[in-house]
Write a protein that binds this ligand. Structure first.
Ligand code: NAP
Length: 255
């Protein structure tokens, strides 16, 4: 028996990377899973690859989380196609790095809109169902960059905003049987960090090696590391944990 048998899990930005790794873990543990991503074809392709258990279903849905109508329509489609919604993982993300004096207003708004407005809109759409059924789990993706990171004023502000949002969701929604937590990953090997390497004029492998050497546990993280923590925080074993941000970073920000 899996921890998520009979549950419906939605993961945004899950066509690849941490989102796909997390969706895979929920599927392995019995859930029906909806993969939301900007491009419906990529979302559907990823959904078809999930290791579903008997009786579980998956669907890929095109959705821009920063758009209210798109977020609402996606949640309603999940409910009608998978028969409900129990877990929401707000994972969709982008970076538009630049030093403050060179950062455009457009890049500020884009990053804030996908991460912070996106988590707000998706949560608002899902909470209606959660409150009605007196059950729901919300997991938001923050980042170690929330603590400050050169060249990421937009991203770090959005990721710290996510932590404030998570605490407030914990307070407001706790009485309705809903838990809200966040994970703040350190360096996770995905296309997002590969793009960072290229921006720094390095090979992705070179940046991973350098980052691993500077990390207390001497390795970089992988989507599976985040997926394991996500599954725990969204399970009923964690029902007395809410409003928290768990740093999953190999100790990168310890001292
Ligand atoms: P990724 O590989 O770049 O994947 C992000 C996914 O989100 C992509 O499939 C992307 O679609 C999708 N997306 C972007 N904008 C969207 C929107 N408006 N609506 C719906 N989907 C959208 O990134 P990742 O590394 O897996 O990161 C996942 C999350 O973890 C992000 O929130 C990120 O900030 C956070 N995080 C990552 C790291 C890391 O080291 N990788 C560290 C800390 C936190 P497109 O391909 O079409 O753009």
């Amino acid at each position: 028996m899996g921890r998520f048998d009979g549950r419906v899990v939605v993961v945004t930005g899950a066509a690849r990377g941490i989102g796909f790794g997390t969706a895979t873990r929920f599927a392995e543990e019995g859930a029906s899973v909806a993969i939301l991503d900007l491009d419906e074809a990529s979302a559907a392709e990823a959904a078809a690859k999930l290791p579903l258990t008997d009786g579980a279903k998956s669907v890929g849905i095109g959705c821009d989380v920063s758009d209210a109508a798109s977020a609402e329509a996606a949640v309603e489609r999940v409910v009608s196609e998978l028969g409900g919604i129990h877990v929401l993982v707000n994972n969709a993300g982008i970076t538009r790095d630049n030093l403050l004096f060179k950062m455009s207003e457009e890049d500020w708004d884009l990053v804030m809109n996908v991460h912070l407005r996106g988590a707000f809109l998706m949560t608002k759409a899902a909470q209606k169902h959660f409150v009605e059924q007196k059950y729901g789990k919300i997991l938001n993706l923050s980042s170690v960059s929330a603590l400050g990171n050169r060249g990421q004023a937009n991203y770090s502000a959005a990721k710290m905003g996510i932590q404030g949002l998570t605490r407030t969701l914990g307070i407001e929604l706790g009485p309705f049987g809903i838990n809200a937590n966040a994970i703040a990953p350190g360096f996770i090997a995905t296309e997002m960090t590969d793009a960072t390497a290229r921006r720094l004029k390095m090979e992705p492998e070179q940046l991973r090696e350098m980052t691993a050497q500077a990390n207390p546990v001497r390795r970089v993280g992988y989507p599976e590391d985040i997926a394991a923590a996500a599954a725990f925080l969204c399970s009923d074993e964690a029902s007395y944990i809410t409003g928290q941000t768990l740093y999953v970073d190999g100790g990168a920000k310890l001292g």
